[in-house]
Design a binder for this molecule. Structure first.
Ligand SMILES: [Zn+2]
Length: 271
């Protein structure tokens, strides 16, 4: 039998009887947790099903054909579907959150669900507590990104110098324009670099090298839009005499100013 249950305002499932029992045993499903399966006409607190019974013991009469149109169905329940992706706590791959189960602040993909539930049963520590990256790790990552972008910019600068030299005889206007254009180009390049890597991989190459990842507050994936917004928000961290960066030192979640603005966290990757 396929079960669904509500966790933190989300519908989770389907899980089979064994998984369901494991979730009950570990306390992920409590007496108050709303649960549903195809034999139930509406979402019901687990405790109201049959006190103390395990799902396989529960004998629920076959569902009558549903006449009432206002009978809550799982898909009509007041739960939010964000359409976001999340990183599986077991395999580290990314999946749509709708295809995953959520346990506390941990996301687990369908493939890893059996392993995960087995671990839960064995009482292993499955806490997906985010491990926040410290100031120096982030500084090192930033430094690496600076090096990479520096190489690109130097190459670009060489091209521009050649262009300036070629246009040398034609007065200052053309060369001034080239400088402005090249500045804008470098800005666009820098924004694109950050947005692309953070949006696609959750980390710039510098962060990847240090095993760091940018995630949302609940450990989810950072969208391209948020990545771009964060790029510009980071300017503020720079403009505040880098106090925006230093904020991570005393913040309990090691957030910089731009992390606070964009509600992101920088965490150490599990593997
Ligand atoms: Zn997985």
């Amino acid at each position: 039998m396929n079960w669904y249950y509500a966790s933190q305002g989300r519908r989770v499932g389907p899980v089979d009887d064994t998984e369901f029992e494991a979730l009950v045993e570990t306390g992920a499903i409590t007496q108050d947790t709303l649960v549903w399966n195809e034999t139930l006409s509406k979402w019901t607190p687990y405790g109201a099903l049959d006190q103390g019974a395990t799902p396989s013991d529960v004998r629920i009469p076959k569902a009558e054909p549903r006449q009432e149109s206002n009978t809550p169905q799982p898909e009509q329940r007041d739960v939010s579907f964000t359409g976001n992706n999340a990183t599986c706590n077991e395999c580290g791959k990314r999946f749509a959150q709708d295809d995953m189960i959520r346990y506390q602040n941990v996301w687990v993909c369908a493939n890893c669900k059996p392993i995960f539930l087995q671990k839960l049963k064995e009482g292993a520590d499955v806490s997906g507590a985010l491990v926040f990256a410290g100031f120096w790790e982030r500084f090192a990552a930033k430094f690496l990104d600076g090096l990479i972008q520096g190489v690109v910019n130097t190459a670009l600068g060489a091209v521009i110098n050649v262009a300036l030299f070629t246009l040398g005889g034609r007065g200052g206007h053309a060369s001034a324009a080239i400088v402005v254009v090249s500045q804008l180009f470098q800005l666009a390049l820098s924004a694109a670099y950050t947005t692309f890597f953070v949006g696609k991989y959750g980390a710039t190459p510098g962060k990847m090298a240090l095993g760091l990842q940018i995630v949302t507050a609940d450990g989810g994936e950072v969208s391209y839009a948020r990545a771009l917004g964060r790029y510009f928000a980071e300017w503020l961290s720079g403009l505040t005499l880098t106090i925006g960066y230093l904020m991570s030192i005393w913040d309990d979640e090691k957030r910089t100013l731009h992390d606070r603005i964009c509600d992101t966290r920088v965490v150490k990757k599990k593997r």
